[in-house]
Design a protein around this ligand. Structure first.
Ligand code: ADE
Length: 244
């Protein structure tokens, strides 16, 4: 199996969707190995306690380090990339997804409550590469939904998971598309409720269609996500002209 993904959570049922759809098919076909683990298996008290009150006071509960330490000892090795889900982590994006798709082993740690005792990340760094990762600037109740997002974004990049790999290069945020937003797409019928498909798409003129799509992608990106535009558009235009 080329890639293994382990997820640790106190709500392992939350990760059930990973067995469905695209990721599920990749598991069935042996492209990835998936392990979903209940953090409480590494507790030893009668109540299987995973959290406690924060030192220094404050609201909410903090996850105790001991069960996490045992989980890491059991699941993480030198080839493991550990990802700790946290709203204060490094922002997850397509670049990081591409980087992670090249790793042999991912361990996704899902915290709940107000977070995991900070010593866990420090300890994990002594035995593996570790990133704290956020999927966006909003707060979830726990890392499980973030782990679902990351697993799906990574697994679909693995060779053999998506039928037509060319569709990967063309989509929004892909490197092959200069990481612009995707151009608008159309299918039949040519006219629908008074709305027409742009004429150029019927032309059969491939260079003209590519040019039109690139313009639409640039326009859309400038409108909605100017932060994604290359620092210097002009430099990109020149380098493309030089390559062509
Ligand atoms: N846990 C809570 N909020 C999160 C977020 N935005 N990203 C990753 N993990 C989280």
């Amino acid at each position: 199996i080329p890639v293994r993904i382990d997820v640790v959570s106190i709500f392992p049922e939350y990760l059930a969707p990973l067995r469905l759809s695209l990721v599920g098919k990749a598991i069935e076909s042996g492209l990835i190995g998936l392990g979903v683990h209940d953090l409480r298996q590494w507790t030893h008290d009668r109540h299987r306690t995973v959290d406690d009150t924060p030192y220094g006071g404050g609201a909410g509960m903090v996850m105790r380090p001991e069960p996490w330490g045992e989980a890491l000892d059991e699941l993480a090795g030198p080839d493991t990339r550990v990802l700790i889900m946290s709203p204060s982590g490094r922002r997850f994006d397509q670049r990081l997804a591409e980087e992670l798709a090249a790793e042999p082993h991912l361990l996704l740690a899902c915290g709940r409550y107000e977070g995991i005792d900070a010593r866990v990340a420090r300890y994990a760094r002594t035995r593996a590469r570790v990133d704290e990762v956020s999927i966006g600037d909003y707060v979830l109740n726990g890392g499980e939904a973030a782990a679902l997002v990351i697993a799906e974004a990574v697994v679909r990049l693995l060779p053999g998971v998506i039928g037509n790999p060319e569709s990967l290069a063309e989509e929004s945020h892909a490197a092959g598309h200069d990481r612009l937003l995707e151009y608008p797409v159309y299918t039949k019928p040519p006219s629908w409720r008074g709305l027409d498909v742009p004429e150029v798409l019927f032309s059969g003129h491939h260079a003209q269609i590519a040019g039109w799509r690139r313009e639409r992608a640039m326009e859309l990106t400038r409108e909605r996500r100017p932060d994604l535009l290359p620092a210097d558009d002009a430099a990109v235009t020149i380098s493309r002209a030089t390559l062509a």
